[in-house]
Design a protein around this ligand. Structure first.
Ligand code: GAP
Length: 522
């Protein structure tokens, strides 16, 4: 019977899908709860043997696309601890706050703005439902654009969203915390856990973790765990510019840990207190920042789409409330199992950071531009993506349950081959007759270029399923014919088709599918 799959099983609900992914990630060694033997630590996770590989491959894809593919971008690896004055200059000590609100009955703590955004999302879902109904009713004759622009229900709901967003923006920008609470009350927002509308006042909460340097305690020795990697780039901007003889426009890229004492840290690795960022600061001539802002928005969305996931899983979202340093900001949102959420931010940070560091350090951070014979503080356009969120995006788009033609089911991770933890599994048909030795010899030859796994336990069918479940693009089986003519069968994860090929051709076949070149140059 053919094993070509018939259908992708529909996951019961989005929430179930997230639960399934979390279970799968743990079962196969992608992600574990941190210090699990002590019942874990909230919002902290450890990456297992496959998770570490996938993470490295995502980092490599980002680093290559941002650093190696751009002559004018170089890398950096700055320390997590920085001089405490850094965070006063950057505004994080005073302004890196989230508005928090507690529900008096459930004792649960929420971000006030997130409660409001979730409410807006519900109204948006109603609009989308109306659109879906129209599409179902009128089929190909349905003009979605016209419907959205004229339908009274849609227009009323869109106006409602706008009015809520305006009130929220005003309250956040002016730090009118009472207005924020009033908005929550006016909208009748209830605690998602208890349904209670008994709220405390809204308070500001600083998200930075602090610790003490050396053996001295107290305010004078207080240092922070960096809440973003960007400041390590700003304070090194002149070091890199001078030592690397960089000419504007140029960029500095960095991958590293960041820490935030998030009020609401949940949804698996989406919002953690310790996470990793991949950030790039692009230094430009003042006045040219909007051109580069558009350039990097375009460059980054192409980077995402090159992975081949469903294009409708991405959308841009312009910020309602700008961070304290930005004059333009957009998110690339991704359709996670919990709905559309921020995956990456692109920010025009003006000269805010460098100017503040000049003021606080007393050091000049100017660039002499020989083309216009002028010295200035550069403007900065930033791209900032959470590695863990990117990891979750890859897992959630790749993970599927499929029903095969014979009625059996398989779980498969269609991870883009260049990112897959293992590229090929090599399996002897049996554990005897010199087949294991032959399989190991094949691995010895392939392992320099590809991460390989040796697997001899259980039936071949079960072994294929195991490799499908971890996203290995190829499975190679060594059988008795191999000993006679140096051929093997190679099975493709996605089509499940098997082909007999010469061992000498394996390298080329695998390389063709898993090399990162395709992602980088199309
Ligand atoms: N340097 C700019 C900056 O840090 P941000 O929007 O606060 O901007 C950038 O963060 C990215 O870092 C986000 O788009 C998200 O992917 C990731 N990120 C932020 N907070 C996170 C958290 N608590 N857990 C996981 N990822 C997070």
């Amino acid at each position: 019977m053919s094993l070509i799959f018939k259908s992708e099983k529909t996951m019961a609900t989005q929430e179930d899908k997230l639960k399934d992914i979390i279970g799968h990630a743990k079962e196969y060694g992608f992600v574990f709860p941190s210090s699990e033997i002590y019942d874990g630590l909230s919002a902290t996770y450890d990456y297992g043997q496959l998770g570490a590989e996938l993470k490295n491959n995502i980092k490599n894809y980002w680093w290559k696309a941002m650093v190696h593919m751009n002559e004018n971008i170089v890398g950096l690896d700055a320390a997590i601890f920085m001089h405490p004055e850094t965070w006063k200059a950057s505004g994080h000590v005073d302004a890196f706050n989230d508005p928090l609100i507690d529900n008096k009955d459930s004792k649960k703590r929420y971000r006030a703005d997130v409660l409001i955004e979730d409410h807006i999302e519900k109204i948006r879902a109603k609009i989308n439902k109306d659109v879906a109904k129209g599409l179902k009713r009128f089929g190909d004759d349905f003009n979605e654009e016209e419907f959205r622009a004229t339908n009274p229900n849609v227009l009323r709901r869109a106006a409602e969203i706008k009015s809520i967003e305006d009130r929220m923006r005003d309250a956040l920008e002016e730090e009118k915390l009472d207005d924020l609470k009033k908005l929550i009350e006016d909208l009748g927002i209830a605690c998602p856990l208890s349904g209670s509308k008994n709220w405390t006042d809204v308070k500001q909460f600083n998200l930075m973790f602090s610790t003490e340097l050396g053996s001295v305690s107290g305010e004078s020795a207080k240092i922070y765990l960096r809440p973003e990697t960007a400041q390590g780039i700003f304070v090194n901007y002149l070091n890199v510019q001078k030592s690397g003889r960089m000419k504007i426009p140029f960029g500095i890229a960095q991958i590293g840990k960041a820490f935030r004492n998030e009020i609401v840290a949940r949804q698996f690795i989406f919002r953690m207190r310790e996470f990793e960022q991949m950030e790039m600061q692009f230094f430009v001539r003042p006045g040219e920042e909007m051109k580069w802002y558009e350039y990097w928005k375009d460059y980054r969305i192409k980077w995402h789409k090159a992975l081949g996931f469903d294009e409708s899983a991405y959308r841009f979202h312009d910020h309602i409330k700008m961070a304290h340093y930005a004059n333009a900001a957009a998110d690339i949102e991704f359709n996670f199992p919990m709905g559309f959420k921020e995956l990456e931010g692109i920010h025009s940070r003006t000269d805010f950071d460098l100017k503040k560091h000049e003021e606080h350090s007393g050091k000049k951070l100017r660039y002499f531009d020989p083309e216009i014979n002028e010295s200035y503080v550069p403007y900065v356009v930033e791209t900032s993506i959470g590695l863990d969120r990117m990891f979750l995006a890859v897992l959630s788009q790749s993970y599927k349950m499929e029903t095969l033609e014979d009625g059996s089911e398989r779980s498969v991770m269609s991870i883009p081959p260049a990112l897959a933890p293992y590229k090929v599994a090599v399996m002897p048909l049996t554990k005897k007759d010199n087949l294991p030795e032959k399989a190991r010899a094949i691995i010895d030859d392939l392992k320099i270029d590809f991460n390989c796994q040796y697997d001899e336990k259980d039936s071949i069918g079960k072994r294929y399923r195991r490799q499908d479940a971890i996203g290995t693009p190829f499975a190679v089986t060594v059988d008795h014919q191999t000993l006679e003519d140096n051929t093997v069968t190679i099975r493709d994860r996605d089509t499940m088709k098997q082909e007999r090929v010469a061992i000498a051709d394996l390298h080329g076949i695998i390389h063709e599918k898993v090399n990162i070149r395709k992602l980088l140059v199309g």
